[in-house]
Design a protein around this ligand. Structure first.
Ligand code: NDP
Ligand code: 8X3
Length: 248
């Protein structure tokens, strides 16, 4: 039977690349995000049998629970959950940070991940499920002006460890992938659509690409049943810590 992977944030960047990579490995994909047209494009590309688009805002508890509860019978046997949806909003010292940016990061990156996990877990079979949380190097270190984004990813780090302990008796694996800089729409969202400023984040060195993370996630979920690759920190070769020091 074909395995089903549920990927959040499948409209862009790491989530989209992961959906495509897992589909190429034979998974059927429940592709989640807010931008329905992008999910439909993915479905057109891979076929109706292979992709089920599911739109909801992870901040909206009721919408998350309702959307996941509405999954048709043939899409309910979920083996893999990739908790990837998330973003940074703003980059400012704590004394200047915008409250709505803080709310967004905590609501999306932390509470959204929890809501989706809570709703998907009843569909996972004991001894077969695997949850992969996309954390960040920002969940391991803090950097100037990263305050609340870093805190949200530190929460993802703590939750990944806690979920692994809570779910071990059910034979459900929990892994965490912590990337450094990946060139996606991430910085465009952080800088509120300022493409020029976003582009500077990835200039002067070779950043990771979404495909690099997708291949890693695919490797993690295709290990034998007795192997759980619990945690990975993956960086561009040019990045040694959360603050990237570019060559002069
Ligand atoms: P992108 O901005 O390219 O993708 C973010 C994805 O998250 C989109 O598919 C978006 O879908 C989804 N998303 C955002 N907000 C919501 C929401 N409220 N409800 C539902 N879905 C939402 O960024 P990345 O691919 O880079 O980010 C993916 C993950 O990787 C994030 O958790 C990020 O923190 C993490 N990460 C990124 C790094 C980087 O350098 N790029 C490094 C380390 C970690 P839509 O807008 O359609 O809803
Ligand atoms: C995204 C990478 O370094 O901007 O999590 O926090 S960073």
């Amino acid at each position: 039977m074909t395995k089903i992977a549920f990927v959040t944030g499948a409209t862009s960047g790491i989530g989209l690349a992961t959906a495509l990579e897992l589909a190429s490995k034979g998974y059927r994909i429940i592709a989640a995000g807010r931008r329905l047209e992008r999910l439909q494009e993915l479905q057109q590309k891979l076929g109706e049998e292979s992709v089920y688009p599911l739109t909801f805002d992870v901040r909206n508890k009721e919408a998350v629970l309702q959307a996941i509860a509405s999954l048709p019978q043939e899409w309910r046997n979920i083996e893999v959950l990739i908790n990837n949806a998330g973003n940074a909003h703003g980059l400012a010292p704590v004394q200047e940070g915008a409250l709505e940016d803080w709310d967004a990061m905590i609501d999306i990156n932390v509470k959204g991940l929890l809501y989706v996990t809570k709703a998907v877990l009843p569909f996972m079979q004991q001894g077969r499920g695997h949850i992969v949380n996309v954390g960040s190097i920002a969940g391991k270190e803090v950097y100037p002006n990263g305050n609340v984004y870093c805190a949200s990813k530190h929460a993802v780090d703590a939750l990944s460890k806690a979920m692994r302990i809570d779910l071990v008796q059910q034979g459900i694996k929990v892994s965490e992938v912590n990337p450094g800089a990946v060139e996606t729409e991430f910085s465009e969202v952080r800088f509120k659509g300022d493409k020029e400023r976003a582009a500077t984040v990835y200039q002067g060195y070779e950043p990771l690409q979404a495909q690099d993370i997708a291949e890693l996630i695919s490797f993690i979920v295709t290990r034998p049943a007795h192997v759980n690759l619990a945690e990975v920190l993956v960086l561009p070769t040019a990045q040694a810590s959360s603050t990237i020091i570019k060559k002069q």
